[in-house]
Ligand binder design. Sequence first.
Ligand code: NAP
Length: 335
Amino acid sequence: MQILIIGGTSFLGRAAAEQALAAGHDVATFNRGRTGPDVPGVRALRGDRERPEDLAQLSGARFDAVIDTCGFVPRVVGRSVAALRDAAAHYVYVSSISAVASWPGSPALDGEPGRPCPADAGPDDGDYGVLKAGCERAVTEVFGDRSTVVRAGLILGPRENVGRLIWWLRRMSRGGEVLAPGDPDQPMQLVDARDLALFMTNAAQQRVSGTFNATGPRGNTTMGAWLAAAATVTGSAAQLTWVDDAFLVEHDVGVWQELPLWMPRGQDGDHVWDAQTAAAEAAGLHTRPVEDTVRDTWAWMAEHGEQGEDAQGRIGGNGIDPEKEARLLAAWHTR
Ligand SMILES: NC(=O)c1ccc[n+]([C@@H]2O[C@H](COP(=O)([O-])OP(=O)(O)OC[C@H]3O[C@@H](n4cnc5c(N)ncnc54)[C@H](OP(=O)(O)O)[C@@H]3O)[C@@H](O)[C@H]2O)c1
């Protein structure tokens, strides 16, 4: 099969390129050549998806499937689907559970409508989730049944490019007393980029139609389980001190980013970890144990060194200043 990946050099797209090559497919990647090296073995096409003249090189080609991992603006995604409508048999678009209109106030059920957003919206017409929903429309309006919309959940794994698990692993490796946020029994659902990539390449090959919540099953880990795994794999003597939601909120700790993946109950986040995954599982999504993801991510970090940490150890703006963490722990013990 001839697969075109729009993107393909960083994290999820890179995993998809590797999976597709390993399965024996002929893989082309289209990107600007800025973010990372090409996966060895791909045919590297250079171009900016925002420039119609760059996309023109795709129109004359023939692809059995496109996997689009870097669509964030409906109008821009609209250009690639227009360029590829006759050149590609099937289009796999990587969306997000954030596109689901009812989420996170309610569970993200299979088949939920996306947030309102026109298919030709520009970058300033909404937030990330709204624009992802508009991108979904841009794809399905043109490709219809010839498309798979993959509403990804929280993606972790080797080569993570955000600063979530990789920040926590770095923090654990420093050891000492670690501020563990919220409730250790909080159920979560996480997906490994490699499992998601396999789902996408299989969907491309089998021309699976429809929209899927693609993440681990509900409760495939808890906050306590994966943080404990992170402490263990780094081999550090990190000691976790659990600090409850109310204390952290009261002390102005930023949700989601300052302590990555922490979302206190009772805010918007009541259903953050509540996506139905039955349709994706029926279509072939299998997810490995989160402990394996944690272990393999640390192994990759150990091999590759720095992840772009700033002076306070934050990665991509994610993570807490060590001095603030120490102040919070001291206040927690004397409360
Ligand atoms: N991380 C999560 O937890 C999470 C959750 C839900 C959904 N998602 C979605 O999953 C996807 C993750 O993507 P990824 O970063 O892992 O994918 P990736 O394909 O590994 O990396 C992003 C690629 O996009 C290319 N790119 C960026 N701008 C481009 C442009 N204007 N023209 C051509 N190529 C361009 C980059 O190359 P160049 O810069 O060299 O062009 C790079 O190859 C995103 O769509 C995200 O919304 C992520």
